[in-house]
Write a protein that binds this ligand. Structure first.
Ligand code: ASP
Length: 587
């Protein structure tokens, strides 16, 4: 037997017991006659003591143990004279009588501590050492807990967990497919699923009623900081449901997960339609941990001789509470440069500081009287000490830029508090987005999303402006400014689905070739249905108040899409290529 207890469970009540522990050497401290070893496993750390007066040879062996050696130690639990209140086992130590080295270790390339000296690449290359660090380990344990609680909740709600294939053909979720050559069908390829979308709809046609799966999805996108080429969704679909029932079910799931995994009771989730989110926050995933709602100034600021505003489609700003005193001229200059960075792209930034004597200081003071500025301040509900930050230009772009500035101010002002959770349903997205350059519509969500019931008839018309105004029966779950989930009520009749493909620029043959199986299924009694998918990695990160999903994935890829531990992707054998009927044209 390797152990009687783990390294996290012994307490003062265990004093006097003979125990055996196994684990890794976290640290080894030699105090002349005494050697102290911190022994670590998944459950915690326990201090081992070796006394040379009791057993000089044993103590000498202990002294030689390096970091990360795997050992087992047998001894007696005793009360520590020098207790460590920061450790669950801090009241006790083990007076070791026997020691076995189970495996040696090379000196690890970085310290196995929460605050490690290892850089990203090194940590990923030696991910097995990285995962020994409590922070990473706890993230994975947390993720496991969420997965288990998800299954419990959905099973209680009558959902059936069904696996769908990984070798499929393209499902357009708006990204590129990863493809897999077929040896048995030379010249033909499978695609890895961007999501199980079409399969879960087929399962509804098949009468399964409530489906879920915690499933890997694959999207070959240019990687951004918070994207992974393979990621996990909690994927769900339900039959005979309206939007309301889907929202209730998954609001329930979210509340359940917060309650069970964090002990947090979430209140009912507010709802906001897409237009309002864009108008008030410049984003379809607003962070509601703070206000700073947009105020539009077109009526108040135009026609006073300031050309930039006079020519702007939209003049819109935010009020940064109490910030007037925080920003010197230099601070304003730095903030202006921040909005002018190419990632944000604003031309300039106008500020108005509300002074305590009722006067104003502003970069556009020569165009606007104090009375003008007073009216602005009133529109914002601004008080002495506040600072207005105003952008102008083409409406859509300006809102986006101000949305970024709002988030930046929220960050700077410490308004994104850890432990504060603000969920929100964003609803009523546009169904289609017109792409001027491509000269065609794109599906805002995906091609299977239905219009709102009242827009269904309109969709069958052929009027361009009508198409632009169609609303989707789609919804996103946003928490603290992160998109956690998205879904929709689906189209379930062939005629409407055909029309949608046509609007999206598919010829009839293309639509038939790619999605004939789904439209065919719609002809055999497809029930009304809808669903949603949560980004599981991101849900973990947001619940833990972190920004990177990588820290919640056991073996993530780097920003070049590489797994640096196994070194993938990599070349394959010429013989393997030949077998697949493939020839390399790039060397
Ligand atoms: N398949 C969709 C996605 O991956 C989710 C859904 O519509 O249920 O975003």
């Amino acid at each position: 037997m390797y152990r009687t207890h783990n390294c996290g469970e012994l307490r003062i009540a265990d004093v006097g017991k003979e125990v055996k522990l196994s684990g890794w050497v976290q640290s080894n401290r030699d105090f002349g006659g005494m050697t102290f070893i911190d022994l670590r496993d998944r459950y915690g750390i326990t201090q081992l003591v070796f006394n040379s007066e009791e057993d000089a040879a044993l103590c000498e062996r202990a002294r030689k143990l390096g970091r990360e050696f795997v050992i087992s130690a047998t001894g007696i639990v005793r009360e520590r004279s020098n207790k460590n209140p920061n450790r669950a086992t801090g009241d006790i130590e083990i007076d070791v009588k026997q020691l076995a080295v189970l495996n040696a270790s090379r000196v690890p390339p970085f310290t196995i501590e929460d605050d490690t000296d290892g850089g990203d690449d090194l940590r990923m290359k030696y991910r097995y050492l990285d995962i020994r660090r409590p922070v990473v380990r706890e993230n994975l344990v947390f993720r496991s807990k969420l997965a288990i609680e998800t299954r419990k909740y959905l099973a209680d709600e009558g959902f059936v967990e069904i696996e769908t294939p990984n070798l499929i053909k393209s499902t357009p979720e708006g990204a590129r497919d990863f493809v897999v050559p077929s040896r048995m069908n030379p010249g033909q390829f499978y695609a890895l699923p961007q999501s199980p979308q079409t399969f879960k709809q087929i399962l509804m046609v098949a009468g399964m009623d409530k489906y879920f799966q915690i499933v890997k999805c694959f999207r070959d996108e240019d990687l951004r900081a918070d994207r992974q080429p393979e990621f996990t969704q909690i994927d769900c679909e339900m039959s005979f449901v309206t939007r309301e029932e889907v929202l209730q079910t998954f609001e329930g799931l979210t509340k359940h997960l917060f309650r069970e995994a964090l002990g947090v009771e979430l209140p009912d989730f507010p709802r906001m339609n897409y237009d309002e989110a864009i108008r008030k926050y410049g984003s379809d995933k607003p962070d509601l941990r703070f206000g700073m709602e947009f105020v539009e100034l077109n009526d108040l600021a135009k026609g006073k001789g300031f050309g930039v505003f006079d020519n702007a489609g939209l003049i819109v700003g935010i009020c940064a509470k109490g910030q007037a005193g925080e920003y010197s001229n230099k601070g304003i200059k730095e903030l202006t440069e921040w909005v002018q960075r190419p990632q944000i792209g604003a031309k300039g930034l106008v500020y108005v500081k509300v002074n305590s004597d009722g006067s104003f200081k502003s970069s556009v003071g020569k165009f606007y009287s104090d009375e003008d500025l007073r009216q602005w301040a009133e529109a914002f509900g601004a008080e002495a000490g506040d600072m207005l930050l105003i952008l102008s230009g083409e409406a859509e772009m300006t809102r986006k830029q101000l949305g970024e500035l709002r988030l930046e101010m929220g960050r700077r002002m410490g308004l994104m508090k850890p432990g504060d959770y603000k969920p929100l349903w964003v609803v009523d997205f546009p169904l289609l987005e017109w792409d001027e350059e491509a000269g065609r519509f794109f599906a805002m969500h995906h091609p299977f999303t239905s219009p709102k019931p009242e827009d269904e008839q309109k969709m069958l018309s052929d009027d361009f402006e009508t198409m632009k105004s169609l609303r989707a029966n789609a919804y996103d779950l946003v928490i603290n400014g992160a998109e956690i989930g998205g879904g929709s009520i689906r189209i379930h009749n062939r005629k409407l689905q055909e029309k949608n493909f046509k609007l999206l620029g598919f010829s009839q043959e293309e639509a038939e070739k790619q999605f004939g199986f789904l439209m065919g299924a719609f002809e055999y009694g497809a029930p009304p249905h809808g669903g949603i998918a949560f980004g599981f990695d991101r849900l973990c990160a947001v619940m833990k108040g972190q920004t990177s999903i990588r820290d919640f994935i056991a073996f993530p890829k780097n920003n070049m899409g590489r797994d640096v531990m196994i070194d993938a992707p990599s070349e394959i054998d010429p013989a393997q290529l030949e077998e697949l009927g493939l020839k390399l044209v790039v060397e």
